[in-house]
Design a binder for this molecule. Structure first.
Ligand SMILES: *Cc1c(COP(=O)(O)O)cnc(C)c1O
Length: 415
């Protein structure tokens, strides 16, 4: 399987190399564009003498992604990474002095969201997630909104593992309570909503995406803030450049969150193949689902999720069994991991600094989740090997039958 120059990917192929003994399949295989193949464009950057500060390559990328991915709707600004994008967007949303107020977010998310809120002087307030979609749970959010009301300064949901949030529901919630909204879509650049548009398209509130090496839209370090509100994007651009106006006087809070020209070149190059990459990854994910029919997967709410890895739930949630399965996979050359486990409310710093509502579902999903390999380079043969190995390990697991309801036929089918 390789990515073709025109951005298309060959079909999900069965590699003739049999993955098996001696296999080495990492959980994630970062696959940013090859710098070594961008010689001419790099020379061009050198010649231009412009290395950052929203140079020509960055401007081209911002224009192209709006046209190619968001159907020309809305505006965007690049950032050096999504965490900085979240800090900027939250700060813009809540104003300069939000001391002592809350940022409503799920505990089942990445540390960056809580850290960004804390940097903005807010206290993360964790809500529970939906049992099926693993997105923030509407009833849990509503309960906290009713209880804390105006003490909540911002609503900060996460498009969990690239799954599509219902942006319209959040915009209505934000309007009803008069509380600003920032969407952490870090893992969702390449996700497609049910109506066929890119996740986030048309959102009047900032959606923050990541282009970290481990995401589907991989460049190394990078991010994008999208919003169908050009004035908000213009302000975020100033904030990302020290809070300067055109005369280079600080007129608002700021920091340096600018993307450099070389990263912008990588982003521009990745943009050409992101549709093919996202399609390919989604097909691989569907193969996993076919091969693991007895496992519980996240229910997808969009037409396509940008897959960073493949999360499944184990039946036996005992720590000993989960650890056994992960080390068993490692023994067979398969990298597996756990996101978001422990979830935020369980992590030392957040235990001290944050607040939680009830997290019963989060606790359970987090105990049961394990993440299986995904990458642009993963083959169908490797997935068959991964699934076969996982099924065998689950059958053998010590404490109790992890997959009591799984019949041998499923295992045979994978052979
Ligand atoms: C990856 C990720 C981030 C952080 O993105 P960076 O670009 O690495 O800063 C934030 N939130 C979520 C949900 C993520 O998955």
């Amino acid at each position: 399987m390789d990515i073709m120059m025109d951005g298309s990917l060959s079909a999900v192929t069965t590699n003739s190399d049999d993955a098996g003994p001696g296999a080495k399949i990492p959980l994630l295989r970062p696959h940013p564009p090859r710098l070594s193949e961008l010689g001419g464009a790099l020379v061009e950057i050198e010649r231009s003498g412009i290395f950052s500060n929203y140079g020509p390559v960055n401007t081209k990328f911002e224009g192209r992604i709006i046209a190619a991915m968001f159907q020309g709707v809305g505006a965007c600004v690049t950032v050096a990474n999504a965490t900085l994008g979240l800090m900027l967007a939250i700060k813009q949303a809540v104003g300069w002095q939000p001391q002592g107020r809350y940022a409503l977010m799920p505990s089942f998310t990445f540390a960056a969201a809580a850290q960004a809120a804390l940097w903005c002087g807010l206290t993360p307030l964790f809500c529970d997630i939906d049992r099926e979609t693993w997105l923030p749970d509407a009833a849990s959010e509503e309960a906290l909104l009713r209880r804390y009301g105006a003490d909540i300064a911002v609503i900060l949901p996460n498009a969990t593992f690239g799954n599509c949030l219902d942006v319209a529901r959040y915009e209505a919630m934000s309007a009803r309570y008069g509380i600003p909204l920032v969407i952490d879509g870090a893992a969702a650049l390449g996700s497609v909503a049910m109506n066929g548009t890119a996740f986030g398209q048309g959102s009047k509130n900032p959606v923050v995406f990541s282009m970290h090496a481990t995401k589907g839209f991989a460049i190394g370090e990078g991010g994008l803030v999208y919003c169908d509100d050009a004035a908000k994007i213009a302000m975020l651009r100033s904030m990302a450049g020290f809070g300067f106006d055109e005369t280079r006087l600080a007129v608002m809070p700021g920091l340096n969150a600018k993307m450099d020209e070389i990263s912008a070149l990588l982003a521009l190059t990745k943009l050409q193949e992101i549709e093919a990459v996202s399609e390919h990854r989604y097909r691989l994910y569907q193969l996993y689902r076919r091969l693991l029919p007895a496992f519980t997967f996240q229910r997808m709410t969009g037409r396509r999720s940008a897959m960073q890895f493949v999360a499944v739930l184990l039946e036996d949630e005992s720590a000993a069994s989960v650890a056994e399965i992960i080390s068993g996979l490692a023994h067979h050359g398969i990298g597996a991991g756990r996101y978001f486990a422990p979830h935020l409310a369980q992590q030392p710093f957040f235990k001290e600094t944050c607040m939680s509502g009830s997290l019963a579902v989060t606790d359970e999903i987090s105990r049961r989740v394990i993440c299986l390999p995904m990458s642009d380079l993963l083959t169908a043969t490797e997935i068959r090997y991964i699934c076969k190995t996982l099924l065998k390990l689950c059958q053998r697991a010590p404490v109790r039958h992890i997959l009591g309801r799984l019949d041998m036929a499923a295992i045979q089918a994978v052979r």
